[in-house]
Design a binder for this molecule. Structure first.
Ligand code: 13P
Ligand code: SF4
Length: 370
């Protein structure tokens, strides 16, 4: 069924807006300046070439040989410093191939990263993703140091709604449970009943056994969920600035050019895009679909680094890559990952009172076995 209603910041005149930019770094966790390590040499030498040759094998289909000498020294240094810092690197599927295939220890979609974050043994987590993902890791690892290489890595969905907005929605719809997509700040997670990701959104909504649910902040994911369930969905007017740019017309033109092409799309896309897709799923579900179906030519309707990452892994599939980049994901680079390890920055901190409530919403989602 279509969504029942949709609200946005302008429907609540008392709502105090946060700036649309990404959150600023919090104060240093311990109050003490962390000790920096010496910055390693970044020279391209025969030793670097030898030590990174096995990693270049993984990315040679998507990174030209001429670029490798610029990346390999930082890659080798990052992999060495991880041990020195007792650190683990978590990377989202949208990270660039040199990060995803060459320095990440744990990779996946938002749900996989959240679940894997609960199992990390290392004392430091470097989150190669966006700020809300680093906050989620911190919520699940309050006693570990969680770093994000650039804390300006935001998300248009996370900045579309505040905790105040959620409280006002609750006043307008008393007793209606609230589900928040993980693409929200800890402040918003603290105000809701449960979180979800694009992997489990329908299951989370149905787990509440309620006739009506407030689902925020992605209006398109809300529409997708509403199309898959009988639960009445009240949505928020947020959107992903990357996925909302795709159009159904664009997808039709791919099919006209090659009627055998398979199109797979992320549920943050508008309904006219999803109507043209052969498969819709989270980033991890899309990757699994490609691995399992091995079609000749696949158009991946999502952030374009993910198609590069899959192309590097599966040379027999031709990935068509409409290149919509997420400017926030692209703030994470080899250079700032290296600086993050050398200087132990930028540390994620969350107000303990907010963290306790936000953690409960994330843990409820993780504990739903689906
Ligand atoms: P996934 O949970 O599907 O990885 O999505 C995260 C995201 O930010 C998509 O834009
Ligand atoms: Fe946010 Fe969209 Fe970027 Fe994902 S792709 S982090 S939803 S802006």
């Amino acid at each position: 069924m279509p969504i029942a209603a949709i609200y946005g910041p302008h429907d609540f005149s008392t709502s105090v807006r946060l700036p649309a930019a990404a959150p600023m770094p919090g104060p240093a966790g311990s109050g003490q300046r962390p000790t920096a390590l010496p910055m390693p040499s970044l020279k391209w030498t025969p030793e670097v070439e030898r030590d990174t040759a096995h990693l270049y094998e993984r990315v040679k289909r998507v990174i030209p040989p001429v670029e490798w000498p610029l990346m390999a020294p930082a890659i080798r240094a990052i992999n060495e410093l991880k041990a020195a810092r007792d650190a683990v690197i978590l990377a989202h599927n949208y990270q660039m191939p040199e990060i995803f295939h060459c320095v990440a220890d744990i990779k996946g979609d938002s749900l996989q990263l959240a679940v894997e974050a609960t199992k990390v043994k290392a004392s430091t987590i470097i989150q190669c993703g966006v700020h809300f993902m680093a906050e989620t890791s911190k919520l699940l690892n309050p006693d570990k140091r969680v770093l994000i290489p650039d804390s300006r890595a935001g998300c248009s969905l996370a900045s579309s709604i505040t905790g105040t907005d959620v409280r006002l929605l609750r006043e307008r719809f008393p007793g209606v449970p609230v589900v928040a997509y993980v693409n929200t700040s800890a402040e918003v997670k603290a105000e809701v009943d449960i979180c979800c990701t694009s992997s489990n959104a329908v299951a989370v909504v149905e787990s509440l056994n309620a006739p009506e649910v407030i689902f925020l902040p992605d209006q398109y994911l809300a529409k997708y969920v509403a199309s898959k369930t009988g639960v009445k969905i009240i949505a928020w007017k947020g959107a992903c600035e990357v996925h909302e740019r795709f159009t159904g017309e664009e997808l039709r033109s791919y099919r006209e050019a090659d009627p055998t092409v398979q199109i797979i799309a992320h549920p943050e896309c508008p309904p006219d895009v999803l109507a043209e897709a052969d498969f819709t799923g989270s980033t991890a579900h899309m990757i699994n679909w490609v691995r399992q179906n091995r079609k000749k030519r696949i158009v991946m309707i999502t952030e374009c680094s993910m198609a590069d990452n899959v192309q590097a892994e599966l040379p027999d599939v031709e990935m068509v890559r409409p290149c919509n980049l997420c400017p926030h994901m692209k703030r994470i680079t080899l250079t700032n990952i290296l600086e993050s390890l050398v200087y132990l920055r930028e540390e994620i901190t969350i107000d303990p009172a907010i963290a306790a409530k936000a953690r409960r919403s994330v843990e409820r989602m993780i504990n739903l076995k689906n």
